[in-house]
Design a protein around this ligand. Sequence first.
Ligand code: NAD
Length: 283
Amino acid sequence: TAKIIDGKEIAAKKRVEIAKEVLKLKETGITPGLAVILVGNNHASRTYVNNKQKACQDLGMHSLLIEFPETVSEGELLSKINELNNDQSIHGILVQLPIPKHINEKKVIESINPVKDVDGFHPINIGRMMTGQDSFLPCTPYGIMVLLEETGVSVSGKNVVVVGRSNIVGKPVGQLLLNQNATVTYCHSKTKDLLLHTTQADILVAAVGIPNFIKADHIKEGAVVIDVGINRDETGKLCGDVSFADVSEKAGFITPVPKGVGPMTITMLMFNTVKSAKNAGSI
Ligand code: NAD
């Protein structure tokens, strides 16, 4: 049976390191600051935003929550981002997605100064990541890389299959794995024979958004299985994209849901904000 990759424990360890960095920065007169913009009243978004704020407080960082009603205009949002771009107490700016349809999401993301884009969604940061330059790495993919590192399994030369090609998870995690010399295959909703690919994977990343989609038949004996999904099953229970009960019998390593990838996402957001504050301090 598979070893469990304990995301909660790994995240806690990482946060101890981050807290030390925060203390060091504070001694030089810099308190890392994160501004989170929340538009409308999406319940899940509010929970995520609260968790991000709490993480900041726990680490002794400055956090600023800016709330707008659903009816906010694109202009108002852009002018707030511009203000935050010029605010020296803010090192990271994050717009919680999704935002209402009348606002151009691309335009909003591109209005964030790339040096404060701690979500790593700005095309400049994505381009820098693709070309292997220093950048802010998107938090969930970055968290997955940290989890993999903790297993001690080397990525170099491995067959990696990423199921899902979203801009925030699938695509960037494949790129980060490629940067570390994995042989990467992307599968998605139009893939013809999913099993043909997934059964070859030494490392499988599932970012599909379908409850318990990946079964034991999909995987190779001993594979490392990373489950990004956050879903509800038919009984309303939180579950991943991987059918944990049967896959954990066959895999070598597996992340659980909850307490797998989830805790790493916010941790890497904190990491990026501290990194930005350090950059600001060295200018
Ligand atoms: P998305 O809906 O944007 O993308 C889903 C991807 O799955 C698409 O690229 C699609 O092509 C692919 N897909 C859909 N049906 C498929 C099929 N039958 N076979 C193969 N591929 C198929 O989702 P996302 O934003 O990448 O999120 C994926 C999951 O991860 C969701 O459950 C989401 O809640 C979760 N998530 C978790 C975190 C975290 O912090 N742990 C962060 C982001 C997303």
